[in-house]
Design a binder for this molecule. Structure first.
Ligand code: ADP
Ligand code: MG
Length: 699
């Protein structure tokens, strides 16, 4: 049997069980062997019967003295009473509705039973949860530390233990070590074989912990190794060397109505230097909402264009694409640059800015101009550029694409990058991903470890911090009064709801956009209100955002669809309903919708469930203005599962929680770096890396 053996071929696994195992994503022997316990219960201590305490978990061991089955006619259940005796005392264990057990027990058998001593109707008895006869060769469940596995309906932990025990026994001592010896020594790790045995059937809780640590380390190590390998592979590809045109850069900076912040200068320098080598850049530019990433992108793009290459910028939505088109055109117009905008599915939305005029041209024309190199920078949504699996060709071709800039999306594959070019097919365009989603350091080192990182850690001068406060249900009136005052000043307000409409099947009473829209009309009768949600057509959404920007109405009720980068300078208030439903990173994004001018702005976080946990989390929003700090807090409080892209890796829960441990992550990354340089010396590690990469797919 090898690891790839389908579970159907394993002893004791029938068709029924294999279906259920597959629900737990266990398809092969390997999956099963490495299906690790979620936790353990310590049954290694046997309590003497005389020491039992009422309602406390305990394990007892005794001889069966008497067996007696009764039927309760009223309730139609069987009651099996077994009198057990040890050296100290005796006690009756009562099994309800398990009369069938009678035939498997005999007087004189020795039993180990876990459960609780109960006191009911004036008598004491032992209520068992699990039990086992001791006259088997070796106990699988009791008398030791018992692994508890994540179960699914009809498939118990007990069954998993039962199937696993003989398998673990047959494999123990025979598995290849996947980590180099020196790493094991340096980091004081358990060997693979020992850890494999101890994680399933540990001798002590300490051994279980050590085994777990070994596998967590191993996993973090291979994640790091895999991202280092990717990084290395990309660095081995060819790209156009983009020279730094100091004069143009200076002219652009001089033309801006503001001075770049030191943080913008720093990242621009990092990026320019990275482009100045003939290998593809693969870089993530992180900066809080409003930190000024767009102008950095504009500067970089201009430098590429002056190196006779084209650039493309992709935004996550049409509204944003248009906003970028306008911003970049304003920045670049003095430099004789042709800017194209490509959005929408029909032939309506294509604009082409030639020096100072916008002209609308057909899609075909625009694509032509892209392919012949006339367009210097094309802005659009990514849908138009990323190839759909159904059609072979990418939708847009460039004559000589030098730079891909992506807003709010972290990955763009090498293959995708290659496909965009017609002339320099052996060269790959440089990639700059931009994000306002702060990535905690442990994730930046692991699953985003193939990307180089530039961080804008300072805001432009003069920005006022958004005043943030938690609103409890009883404070509603006060909040609405406050909002009304802002509206009277001519300011605008966002209201975010977790749902689009009422969900009658849900027990949770969450605010929804449609009802809130009606409700707010009554609360603010003098003001105009509109709504926005994900079920609307893109065109409709676009229209509403445009109208809000033009101040055609005062309050916008919306779901989370307004999450990314739109500029509404007069919006000074955002009220987030059901704030506890959102992660801190997302709340922080919402908050970034306001405070985009010199005016003081406000963010209200309303929660209907003011539990200690919720308040603790939301208080972090009151206290911290920096997305980076919030992301680290979010990671600690909620784990990494909510971060964009993390779920795709399909990590087990314990690796997920390990990602909270920055020290271990750093250790594993350092170890991986050392090994990576001489990977060919460690064939087993290399082999494991390959199978690891087969399993986890990103992009
Ligand atoms: P984000 O990083 O969220 O994409 P933007 O690029 O949209 O931020 O910039 C937000 C606003 O800040 C824009 O109006 C932009 O013109 C302005 N801005 C950018 N850099 C500076 C700066 N150094 N000083 C002052 N304002 C700036
Ligand atoms: Mg932006």
């Amino acid at each position: 049997m090898d690891f790839k053996t389908p579970i159907e071929n394993i002893k004791y696994i029938g068709e029924k069980q294999s279906k259920k195992l597959k629900k737990l994503k266990i398809h092969t022997l390997g999956d099963l062997l490495f299906y690790f316990p979620s936790h353990y219960e310590d049954f290694s201590q046997i309590t003497e019967m005389k020491d039992l305490k009422i309602n406390e978990d305990a394990v007892i061991k005794g001889k069966i003295m008497e067996l007696n089955e009764e039927r309760s006619f009223k309730k139609r259940i069987s009651i099996l009473t077994i009198l057990l005796q040890d050296d100290s005392s005796n006690i009756e264990a009562i099994f309800f509705n398990q009369g069938f057990l009678k035939n498997s027990f005999q007087k004189g058998d020795e039993l180990i039973v876990a459960g609780k001593l109960k006191f009911k109707e004036k008598s004491l008895y032992f209520s068992p949860t699990i039990f086992e006869k001791t006259n088997k060769n070796e106990l699988t469940h009791l008398g030791k530390i018992m692994p508890v596995y994540r179960e699914t309906k009809g498939l118990s932990s007990k069954y998993i233990r039962f199937v696993l025990k003989p398998l673990v026994d047959s494999f123990k001592g025979k598995l290849p070590e996947t980590l180099p010896d020196k790493i094991i020594k340096e980091h004081d790790l358990m060997s693979f074989n020992e850890a494999f045995e101890q994680i399933h059937f540990p001798k002590t809780m300490e051994m279980a912990e050590k085994a777990k640590k070994r596998f967590i380390f191993e996993h973090l190590f291979f994640i790091s190794l895999s991202s280092l390998k990717k990084k290395y592979e990309i660095k081995n590809e060819k790209a156009q060397k983009i020279e730094i045109k100091e004069d143009v850069i200076k002219r652009l900076k001089d033309s801006l109505p503001y001075k770049l912040t030191s943080a913008q200068e720093k990242v621009a320098k990092q990026i320019l230097e990275d482009l100045n080598i003939p290998h593809p850049m693969n870089r993530l530019l992180q900066g809080d909402v409003g930190s000024g990433k767009t102008v950095v992108a504009g500067l970089i793009a201009l430098n590429c264009i002056k190196n006779k290459t084209q650039a493309v910028l992709m935004a996550p939505t049409e509204i944003l694409a248009k906003q970028h088109f306008k911003t970049l055109f304003d920045i670049l117009k003095k430099f004789n640059v042709n800017v194209g905008l490509l959005t929408g599915k029909e032939d309506k939305y294509y604009s082409y800015k030639l020096k100072t005029d916008t002209i609308e041209i057909s899609r075909t024309k625009l694509l032509e101009k892209c392919a012949n190199g006339e367009i210097d920078i094309l802005i659009g949504t990514q849908a138009l550029i990323v190839k759909k699996t159904s059609d072979k060709k990418p939708k847009v071709l460039f004559k000589n694409l030098g730079l891909v800039v992506i807003d709010e999306q972290h990955r763009f594959g090498v293959k995708q990058r290659k496909e965009l070019c017609i002339e320099n097919n052996d060269k790959i365009p440089h990639l700059l991903s931009m994000t306002a989603t702060p990535i905690p350091r442990s994730l930046a080192l692991t699953i985003w470890g193939d990307l180089d990182l530039s961080i804008i850690d300072k805001m432009p001068k003069g920005r006022k911090q958004v005043k943030t406060s938690i609103v409890l249900p009883i404070e509603s009136e006060k909040t609405y009064k406050f909002i009304e005052k802002e509206l009277k000043k001519g300011n605008q307000c966002f209201v975010i709801c977790p749902r689009i409409e009422e969900d009658e099947n849900s027990k949770l009473d969450l605010k929804n956009v449609k009802d809130e829209f009606e409700n707010l009309k009554k609360i603010f009768p003098k003001f105009k209100i509109d709504m926005l949600h994900g079920k609307m057509k893109p065109k409709e959404k676009d229209e509403i955002m445009k109208n809000f920007k033009k101040k055609k109405f005062d309050v916008l009720v919306s779901t989370s669809v307004i999450e990314v980068g739109i500029d509404i300078p007069d919006a000074t208030v955002i009220l987030i309903e059901g704030a506890d439903r959102f992660g801190l990173a997302q709340l922080h994004q919402f908050r970034g919708r306001v405070g985009r001018s010199e005016k003081q702005s406000y963010c209200f976080l309303r929660t209907e469930s003011p539990t200690k946990n919720t308040i603790q989390r939301l208080k972090a929003m009151e206290k911290h203005a920096s997305g980076f700090e919030l992301s680290e807090i979010d990671l600690k409080l909620r784990g990494p599962g909510d971060f964009f892209g993390v779920k795709q890796w399909g990590f087990s829960d314990y690796v997920m929680s390990a990602l909270k441990d920055i020290k271990l992550v750093e250790e594993a990354r350092e170890a991986a770096k050392k090994v990576f340089l001489k990977l060919e010396n460690y064939p087993l590690t290399q082999k494991r890396l390959e199978s690891f990469e087969d399993k986890v797919h990103i992009e």
